[in-house]
Design a protein around this ligand. Structure first.
Ligand code: GLN
Length: 455
């Protein structure tokens, strides 16, 4: 009830939610009854959960921020939603996002932007600005997001929350409306590292419905967070600062908070060294070929027949004309831009030059990580180059928007896990800053140990 009241009080301004559950309270009462009857419930039973609208749910519409899916009701729950319900979490609402998760500011939502609770004139990050803002504004204690190129970690950075992109394959993508299937990963958005660990433990399980789902049995991330909070594991830990992702191009206050945090790690017994990742400078270019290529293919299913809206041109029209009219009306400008880019990059004669080259760069970036992780246990960077920017600042300049992703994209290209943890406010504008910690594939527990030590 407290969270519903809070949503009622602030969401007209924040606009974190696209839908609010009508039966959350009933569900909460049923969980109370089960607890009263002596049933042993998990640590998150009864806790409200905000769910990014990219994840399909049976009890609320799932639009992925697009007009083409307005009002769409899924016949099934995404696996992460099912697992959350089974753990007693209560999906309280669906959160706003850039259309089909394309963006870094939530300005590309077909339903209007979400505002950053720290400053309503500024962006809450993207694409998962709704989930991060909901948690930052105390409208929900926990949220789920999806991270294809930073959409969990960058919103966490600009809203002073914790965001985790797990190892690729750790969390099921079944029921997550696909953006780029080789990069997409679902993860937690919370106010503390321990909260993120508790939610991570609920959602990271093998799922036969996702062909890339790992079969690993994971150690408890909550326990890793607890041990980090007790200061365990930092003595002798080797921390690498990525040379290419600091200094030039980073806002002064973001850089100074980052440097302070690194110094703090040294004080706590970690050994900090600088490492180089020479191919990271090509990461944004490679990502913005691979992502549109996969997205253009994934979005082909919005064909006016199988899902969502249908626009009938005047006087009828052929199948192709109906499809074209529907996609013209249903997709926003950023989605169209990427479909065109991706279709071009995949077309005969251009495939090797664009998509093929980008895949080779992806391999080189993976090798940069492998080389770095031979020397260090974790890598750290500022979570994004700047604090929250103002609405409209980058909207007309897609390249400027894309370059904002430089810090987060490498982890997606390599399938490795990353966390963003708040490290205070930038002195010049008083806005939140985050540090990103990355670990080798399957070493998600390290993020929680180090993240909780930093917090
Ligand atoms: N900003 C990135 C993009 O626009 C991130 C997307 C994401 O992680 N979903 O592609």
């Amino acid at each position: 009830q407290a969270h519903l009241d809070r949503i009622e009080a602030v969401d007209t301004d924040v606009h974190a939610f696209l839908a609010v559950s009508s039966d959350a309270l009933d569900t909460a009462r049923r969980i109370d009854e089960r607890r009263a009857a002596g049933e042993k419930l998990g640590p998150l039973a009864g806790v409200p959960l905000a769910v990014k609208d990219v994840l399909v749910t049976t009890d609320m519409p799932s639009t992925s921020g697009s007009k083409i899916l307005e009002g769409y009701m899924s016949p099934f729950d995404a696996t992460v939603v099912r697992l959350s319900r089974e753990a007693g979490l209560i999906p309280i609402g669906k959160t706003n996002m850039d259309e089909f998760a394309m963006g870094s500011s939530t300005e590309h939502s077909a339903y209007g932007p979400t505002r950053n609770p720290w400053d309503l004139d500024r962006i809450p990050g993207g694409s998962g600005g709704g989930s991060a803002a909901a948690v930052a504004a105390f409208e929900a204690p926990l949220a789920l997001g999806s991270d294809t190129g930073g959409s969990i970690r960058q919103p966490a950075h600009v809203t002073g929350t914790v965001g985790v992109k797990p190892t690729y394959g750790a969390v099921s993508r079944y029921g997550a409306i696909a953006l780029a299937s080789s990069l997409d990963q679902v993860g937690p958005v919370t106010r503390t590292v321990l909260d993120a660990g508790l939610l991570h433990d609920v959602i990271a399980h093998h799922d036969p419905h996702d062909s890339t789902s790992l079969k690993d049995v994971w150690p408890s991330m909550a326990d890793a967070a607890r041990s980090g909070a007790r200061g365990e594991g930092l003595a002798g830990l080797k921390v690498g600062v990525v040379r290419e992702l600091t200094g030039n191009g980073f806002q002064a206050g973001v850089q100074s908070r980052f440097d302070e945090t690194v110094a703090l790690l040294t004080q706590q017994g970690a050994e900090v060294i600088e490492v180089s990742a020479p191919h990271f400078e090509y990461a944004v270019a490679a990502y913005y070929l691979i992502l549109p290529a996969e997205a253009s293919s994934n979005l082909a299913k919005f064909d006016s027949v199988r899902f969502g809206m249908r626009v009938q041109p005047e006087g009828g029209g052929t199948v192709e004309q109906v499809m074209a009219a529907t996609r013209e009306a249903g997709f926003g400008p950023e989605v169209k831009r990427r479909i065109i880019l991706g279709t071009y990059a995949l077309s005969a004669g251009y495939y090797d030059a664009y998509y093929g080259s980008a895949q080779k760069v992806r391999t080189l970036i993976q090798r940069d990580f492998n080389t770095a992780f031979e020397k260090v246990d974790v890598l750290v960077t500022p979570s994004a180059p700047t604090t929250a920017f103002k609405f409209g600042e980058k909207l007309e300049d897609p390249m400027a928007m894309y370059l904002n992703d430089i810090t987060t994209i490498p982890a997606n290209l390599a399938g490795i896990p990353g966390i963003s943890v708040p490290i205070g406010l930038a002195p010049e504008d008083g806005l939140p800053v985050g540090i990103q910690v990355m670990a080798p594939q399957r070493e998600d527990a390290r993020l929680y140990r180090v993240g909780a030590a930093i917090e």
